[in-house]
Design a binder for this molecule. Structure first.
Ligand code: CUA
Length: 329
């Protein structure tokens, strides 16, 4: 939706060819950029004007001799009205324009694809109620379709931000917040958490993939328990679940240190616990660690992991166990 005819549009157009702004990849992005550009350039204009006149007058009316007296200054009604009314009008233009687009961004259209978003330290989870599946860790949406996100947090304050879409909304515990967008072109865009939420806040990153309608159906069919997915070996399904539930955010698979213990080559070994005991990494231990992560804390780690009880199905846990079994040192 280019409003290239407006002043802001022309300026935004110039900017879009520079490095000022990320790509504008949603239907409201250009409108946001137009207002931003309008306000920015208006401020530049006034800044240059005011500083320019200040410097010029300072030079022009400088003291030129020792006995020079300051001339008595009277007020000018005309000038005072001008500098009161003109900025008021400009302010109202900014407000009206901004309010209009803000309302548009705040109210989703009637026909949307609804996705539930759950934020927790430090992952994003996307559930698709209409498609009938849960637990994606990437947001996949069809191109040219309005998408409504209903978001909540399980722990602390997070914020959902897609720079290319120009959308940003706080994700709040014990409350639902809504944001919507429509992407007119396909592409892959970063999703950032933009509210400081703890140690790994800066790593609370995922992606939104805007794909064609056919690719979206394909994705729903595979990731959403379709035929191709059903035939997949258990360990491969486990890999998909491992990624979908964001396990890799805290558990590395190459032995490197992270928030949680590395999980490669762990299956069948003995784990040292914080209380000095040992426990065998077997099916029941992994299951328990996913559902009741506080029951056993591995030596050298903090009790940080959220419980996945009720969010993960038994068959998904089984697949993850098989996946962990399949990856060696
Ligand atoms: Cu979640 Cu910052």
């Amino acid at each position: 939706m280019m409003t290239g005819s407006s002043l802001g549009g022309v300026l935004a157009d110039i900017e879009s060819r520079s490095t000022w702004m990320p790509r504008a990849a949603s239907t409201v992005a250009h409108e946001v950029d137009d207002i931003y550009s309008f306000i920015l350039w208006l401020c530049v204009l006034f800044f240059v004007g005011i500083v320019g006149v200040t410097v010029y007058f300072a030079w022009k009316y400088r003291r030129q001799s020792e006995d020079q007296r300051t001339s008595p200054i009277h007020h000018s009604t005309k000038l005072e009205l001008a500098w009161s009314i003109l900025p008021t009008i400009l302010l109202l233009v900014m407000f009206y324009w901004g309010f209009k687009v803000w309302m548009k961004m705040g109210v989703p259209p009637d026909d949307t694809l609804d996705v539930r978003v759950t934020a927790r330290q430090w992952t994003w989870q996307f559930d698709y109620p209409r498609e009938g599946f849960s637990g994606a860790n990437e947001l996949v949406v069809p191109v040219g379709k309005a998408v409504k996100l209903t978001m909540t947090s399980e722990d602390v304050l997070h914020s959902f931000f897609v720079p290319e879409f120009r959308i940003k909304k706080d994700v709040i515990p014990k409350r639902y917040s809504v944001v919507w967008f429509e992407a007119p072109e396909t592409g892959v865009f970063n999703v950032f958490c933009t509210e400081y939420c703890g140690k790994d806040h800066s790593r609370m990153i995922t992606r939104v993939r805007v794909v064609s309608q056919e690719d979206y159906q394909k994705w729903v069919a595979t990731e959403g328990m379709g035929d191709a997915f059903a035939k997949m070996p258990l360990s491969e399904k486990g890999k998909i679940y491992f990624n979908r539930f964001g396990c890799g955010q805290c558990h590395s698979l190459d032995g490197s240190a992270n928030t949680g213990p590395a999980l490669n080559g762990k299956y069948g070994t003995m784990e040292q616990c914080a209380d000095g005991t040992e426990i065998k990494v077997d099916d029941n231990y992994i299951r328990d660690s996913i559902e009741n992560p506080m029951s056993v804390i591995v030596k050298g780690y903090q009790p940080k992991m959220p419980s996945f009880k009720g969010k993960i199905k038994t068959e998904q846990i089984t697949a993850i166990i098989e996946y962990l079994k399949s990856i060696g040192k």
